[in-house]
Design a binder for this molecule. Sequence first.
Ligand SMILES: NC(=O)c1ccc[n+]([C@@H]2O[C@H](COP(=O)([O-])OP(=O)(O)OC[C@H]3O[C@@H](n4cnc5c(N)ncnc54)[C@H](O)[C@@H]3O)[C@@H](O)[C@H]2O)c1
Ligand SMILES: O=C(O)[C@H](O)CO
Length: 328
Amino acid sequence: MPSKRLSVVVTRRLPEVVETRMKELFDVELREDDTPMSKREIVEAMQRADVLVPTITDTIDGGMLGQAGERLKLIASYGAGVDHIDVQTARQRGILVSNTPDVLTDDTADMAIALIIGLKRRLVEGVRMVQDGGWDGWAPTGMLGHRVAGKRLGILGMGRIGQAVAKRARAFGMQIHYHNRRRLHRDIEESLEATYWESLDQMISRVDILSVNCPHTPATFHLVNARRLKLMKPTSVIVNTSRGEVIDEAALTRALRAGEIAGAALDVYEKGQMVNPRLADLPNVILLPHMGSATEEGRIEMGEKVIINIKTFEDGHRPPDQVVPSML
Ligand SMILES: NC(=O)c1ccc[n+]([C@@H]2O[C@H](COP(=O)([O-])OP(=O)(O)OC[C@H]3O[C@@H](n4cnc5c(N)ncnc54)[C@H](O)[C@@H]3O)[C@@H](O)[C@H]2O)c1
Ligand SMILES: O=C(O)[C@H](O)CO
């Protein structure tokens, strides 16, 4: 008699090849349209499934986990960040949580570099000028930006993506500085020629570009706040491809409008897709719709990771990308 297959509920549409493979392997319930599930729908899914596959926009708080069914054993999230899940409560209730790191590292780091160069070389301003018919032709002093080579890049959160940003930035001639919860192993530090700053205040006041690459946790919430923004050089810029909550967005908006810093490029925002209109109308700002990991290859590989996590769990082992509270 064939063994009973795991029942899996997926909250959003995933790449077709991933959904097809899931249908072959599991007793899977796929979403028909691509609207996010309501809180109630997610709770109901957690009452009938062995495994829930949410994405990074599905909040799963302690109250919702308290209503999960006895059979829910794994939340195999599609995405690297896990700040939408109350991992501590899940653990207390014996529910494992996994994510999909590594496969989106290169894509997200590429986007951070694109944003750094885009800001320093005024790429989006230039595109807008041509599109709006405002370009009068080449001029010796027209559209001057700043060279990235030789600039000091400060990386806040030197994990997978932070290190991938550092490697790329080295190739563009930037000098690497970083602040991280833990200092890197000396070999890695040397290979990146990276300078470690135990004090974020000290690093932030010296760099020309700040790249935010740490996760959103209670400890990183508003790590870049009004006080720290005032420490930054007026010529410096900020790029955020991690989570909006790491930066106090209202303070950033004020700092940009007051000329305390020279620019910002954001892929992520404090309130999801609710982009502050006072940010959106600034010329020295690039705003993207959370697309750091948005490549066809990456999104398929993220799905493959979800499948591996579920399959490994089904085979009686811990999912390779299990997230535990001590990692956060
Ligand atoms: N924009 C996107 O599309 C996109 C794509 C992938 C990941 N992300 C975000 O990027 C984050 C980082 O991803 P990763 O794969 O590099 O994670 P990672 O765990 O490999 O690296 C995170 C680093 O941040 C450090 N850190 C944690 N708390 C800190 C603190 N309080 N102060 C200083 N450093 C701290 C950790 O020590 C670690 O080195 C994810 O959590 C996710 O939120 C965004
Ligand atoms: O955390 C993540 O995975 C990104 O924000 C989206 O891929």
